[in-house]
Design a protein around this ligand. Structure first.
Ligand code: GDP
Length: 318
């Protein structure tokens, strides 16, 4: 389709978490050339397992663009086997984090290159190139920024909360542990200077977008960004398609709705995209000072992803 459609005259910076972010990222990658798109991905979920550096959101975006993501889960590699994990379980390890055999190679390679002194940006670029991905995928930072969820059962590292405890404990706060501040990755810096549009993919506002905004200077840079800024709501009809976004909103005393997601992006977004189901909320978002696009935002097929990406760009650039 890319060949017969006119080329967009824009450079886009897309901010993404994992599963929701990767869907729109794929749509954008299908309509923008590699020199027109930078995907900046949350690394607040990164964790060390068995001595290996795992970057779940980077991997989800990378595998999705490489066309090898598992369509059932949205994360991991399609046709994956879990022989290593089964053996580890047999040895008596508490193996609550799903590490597939092929996926493991990614983490081994990443860890080796990091141990050789390369930055996470350099490593990610090498992995993506090896997977045949042409568009730029970058971590939000090469420094450590860890998402911590304070819950009724104590403070949990992100993966403890999300995977081990299945997001079940009631959350009271989300914090980011940065050891004195995480600087934006060089690619993030460059994209902020060179892009004409910022797209907030439909990612979890607390667990995927907030960590990106927590990187030193980023909130201010986006607030002062001279181009267009547009976000797609991950909350549809008061619910998340997947994950704890709506549950967290309720626990933090805000209504789980697209309107309350939009409120978090006041001053950061010029336009906000909501689903047809939420058409009756458009006026409320309009009164927050954002232009509203109402359309189908549920991305099931590849065509859905491309169509939404196109609508997002057309609306922002109209
Ligand atoms: P995670 O890090 O893997 O949890 O991924 P993200 O933060 O990027 O995505 C999680 C969010 O994506 C959830 O709040 C979902 O509601 C949202 N999401 C998933 N699929 C879709 C979709 O097809 N359309 C929209 N609008 N949101 C989606």
């Amino acid at each position: 389709a890319k060949d017969i459609m006119p080329r967009y005259d824009t450079n886009a910076l897309a901010l993404a978490g994992g599963v929701g972010g990767a869907k729109l990222a794929l749509g954008l990658a299908k309509i923008l050339d590699p020199d027109q798109l930078t995907l900046v991905v949350n690394t607040g979920d990164d964790e060390i397992f068995y001595g290996l550096h795992v970057s779940p959101d980077l991997d989800t975006v990378m595998y999705t663009l490489a066309g090898i993501a598992n369509p059932e889960t949205g994360w991991g590699i399609t046709g994956e086997t879990f022989n290593m994990l089964e053996r580890l379980t047999a040895y008596g390890e508490d193996t609550w984090f799903g590490l597939g055999d092929k996926d493991l190679a990614t983490h081994i390679r990443r860890t080796n290159l990091l141990n050789n002194g390369e930055s996470l940006s350099e490593v990610t670029s090498k992995l993506a190139v090896a997977l045949g991905v042409e568009h730029a995928i970058m971590p939000m930072t090469d420094d450590s920024l860890r998402t911590i969820v304070d819950t009724e059962i104590g403070s949990l590292a992100f993966q403890d909360y999300f995977v081990k405890h299945r997001s079940e404990p009631k959350a009271t706060a989300i914090r980011f542990d940065t050891n004195g501040g995480a600087r934006p990755s060089p690619g993030f810096e460059r994209a902020l200077s060179e892009s004409t549009i910022i797209v907030f993919c439909p990612s979890n506002p607390y667990l995927s977008v907030a960590p990106i905004l927590e990187v030193t200077g980023i909130r201010e840079r986006i607030a002062g960004f001279p181009g267009k800024r547009i976000a797609v709501s991950p909350i549809i009809g008061g619910a998340a398609i997947k994950g704890p976004a709506a549950k967290l909103m309720a626990e933090f005393g805000v209504e789980p709705s697209c309107v309350d997601v939009a409120k978090q992006y006041i001053g950061l977004c010029d336009a906000f995209v909501i689903d047809n189901i939420d058409a009756d909320r458009a006026n409320e978002i309009d009164s927050l000072g954002m232009d509203v696009l109402v359309c189908n935002t549920i991305m099931t097929s590849k065509e859905d992803k491309i169509t939404l990406a196109r609508k997002v760009l057309d609306f922002a650039l109209r």
